[in-house]
Design a protein around this ligand. Structure first.
Ligand code: UFG
Length: 342
């Protein structure tokens, strides 16, 4: 039987590249669509090392409909996973139009082509940022009210979900899953692919591994006076390979379900871990001493949020396999591998 072709926009990025691995391992034929503006070229050799062959890659900007359309004309595409988007919260505050233009134009373009070429299985990369800071709630399920996004980046996810709701309402054959990611961390267990933060990392784990390897002087823990057991913020950290796997589960669900179909699904472990706990777990599991200090709170930080992942369990038959400790060790192995190749 022919393998089903899946278009993966942003497939050379952090979550995208891990999803390529899972797709191939589950018998799909993924095509990466990426212009590499936010991806590192070495992801190609890393993927080749893991897969034993070089995946199909098309160097195209997803906002460029004329460049993208021939991809749809050249082969039957069974599904689309749409990752391609900017994702730096702080940068989006400074340059909102960059985010609105790229993230929304990319989504609209890919939807236009999906409708034109009847690609009816669509997975969208959303985020728990759509919940904002839910009042009085720590564990959020999909029925939790969506709230005003605290950054233009977050707003592009909120608007993106709304665009898909509207598209689906008029096109019942178009089936869609919005995956709301919690905090992806870690790297492929082989250490052949992982995260390549551009410039100074704003996310916690890459900042920790870069500090431990000597690229950064010291980690600042943003605030220890929050109303949590150790005073630091709590998040639901999920291994990137588990998150990648959820995309394959979403595609399988879309393929098997009847129309109309539209669901938003949380992808998290259901367990919260504090910043201080992550620091301790890093030191214990990697046997590295980390240079860190307590600093001021970071504006806009949610105090505590973690997923209710029941819907992912029920609908996708998906649960996280890796622990936070696994993810930390894999992230560290990846950082060491990057240092070896520097
Ligand atoms: N943190 C530090 N020091 C650092 C970096 C982070 O203490 O140097 C803390 C943050 O204050 C926060 C926690 O570590 O308490 C996690 O911070 P991240 O930046 O890694 O992740 P966020 O939860 O802030 O952001 C993530 C995604 C965003 C998404 C958001 C939704 O990176 O894309 O979740 O809530 F919008």
């Amino acid at each position: 039987m022919d393998k089903k072709t899946i278009l993966v926009t942003g497939g050379a990025g952090y979550i995208g590249s891990h999803t390529i691995v899972e797709l191939v391992q589950k018998g799909f034929h993924p095509i990466i669509v990426d212009d590499f503006r936010n991806a590192n070229k070495t992801v190609v050799s890393g993927l080749t090392e893991i897969l034993g062959f070089c995946p199909s890659i098309i160097h195209v900007n997803v906002c460029d409909i004329n460049a993208l359309e021939p991809v749809f004309q050249a082969q039957k595409i069974h599904g689309i996973i749409h990752f391609a988007a900017y994702k730096a919260v702080g940068e989006s505050v400074v340059d909102p139009l960059k985010y609105y233009k790229n993230n929304l134009q990319g989504l609209v373009t890919i939807c236009e082509l999906a409708l034109k070429y009847q690609v009816n299985n669509f997975v969208f990369s959303s985020s728990c940022t759509v919940y904002g800071e839910p009042e009085g709630l720590k564990e959020v399920d999909e029925a939790t009210r969506l709230s005003k996004a605290n950054s233009p980046y977050g707003n592009t996810k909120l608007i993106g979900e709304q665009i898909l709701i509207d598209v689906q309402a008029q096109n019942p054959q178009f089936k869609c899953v919005n995956l709301r990611y919690f905090n992806p961390i870690g790297a492929h267990p082989s250490a052949n692919i992982g995260e390549f933060p551009i410039g100074t990392p704003s996310n916690l784990l890459p900042y920790i591994t870069q500090t431990a390897i000597g690229k950064r002087e010291k980690l600042t823990v943003f605030g220890n006076d929050y109303p949590t057991p150790d005073g630091t913020c709590i998040r639901d950290y999920i291994h990137v390979s588990d998150l990648a796997n959820a995309h394959v589960a979403a595609l399988n669900l879309l393929e098997s379900t009847s129309t109309p179909f539209f669901e938003a699904i949380n992808i998290g472990t259901g367990k919260g871990t504090s910043v201080k706990e992550i620091v301790d777990l890093f030191e214990t599991n990697t046997h590295q001493k980390l240079n860190w200090e307590i600093g001021n709170r970071r504006p806009g930080d949610v105090v505590e949020i973690y997923a209710n992942a029941k819907k992912a369990n029920d609908l996708l038959n998906w649960t996280a396999n890796y622990t936070v400790e696994d993810a930390i060790v894999h992230a560290w192995n990846w950082e060491k591998k990057l240092a070896e190749n520097d």
